[in-house]
Ligand binder design. Structure first.
Ligand code: THU
Length: 156
């Protein structure tokens, strides 16, 4: 795995701020839980997204998955170095609230691993809350040890 120099707190704060902005566009009328994600690329640019729910509840997509699908559609899946995520129960105005950091669900961890494998990089995951300064930095390999990946398929 390549090392990265995007692990500093300032980078985390930038990603969490961008994720908070994205969460304002969450389509989450069923759970009323708004989530935002911001993907950081090697060139310093970011791709943001929010959760995208569906009246057929099981079809709902998490913010991290939407952000990485968008990253892939931009041809940048190999360039992901970090991702920030925030979430919280929405107030009546649709703004996520709360001080508890959100960490990616199991499915999203597997989706993040796809980017990690394509880029040959252990992706940094910043978990923040809708409000406040609490923020935790993880490595994907800590959140998803012994991940299933292309090597298990005999690919790469
Ligand atoms: N959600 C995310 O967007 N990311 C996660 O990592 C956890 C959950 C969304 C899915 C659903 O729209 C809402 O949060 C409540 O589960």
């Amino acid at each position: 795995m390549k090392s990265t120099n995007h692990a500093d707190t300032a980078t985390g704060e930038k990603l969490i701020a961008a994720a908070r902005g994205a969460a304002l566009n969450a389509h989450a009328p069923y759970s009323r839980f708004g989530v935002g994600a911001a993907v950081l690329l090697t060139d310093g640019s970011m791709i943001t997204a929010s959760n995208f729910e569906n009246a057929s509840y099981g079809l709902s997509l998490c913010a991290e998955t939407v952000a990485l699908a968008s990253t892939s559609a931009s041809g940048k899946l190999r360039d992901v170095v970090a991702i920030g995520v925030i979430g919280g129960a929405m107030d009546t105005g649709g703004v996520p609230r709360g001080l508890t950091p959100v960490s990616p669900c199991g499915r999203c961890r597997q989706v993040i691993n796809e980017a990690a494998q394509m880029g040959g990089r252990d992706i940094i995951v910043w978990c923040g809350a809708a409000e406040g300064n609490a923020m935790t930095r993880y490595l994907l390999s800590d959140l998803l040890p012994d991940a299933f990946g292309p090597a298990d398929l005999g690919i790469f």
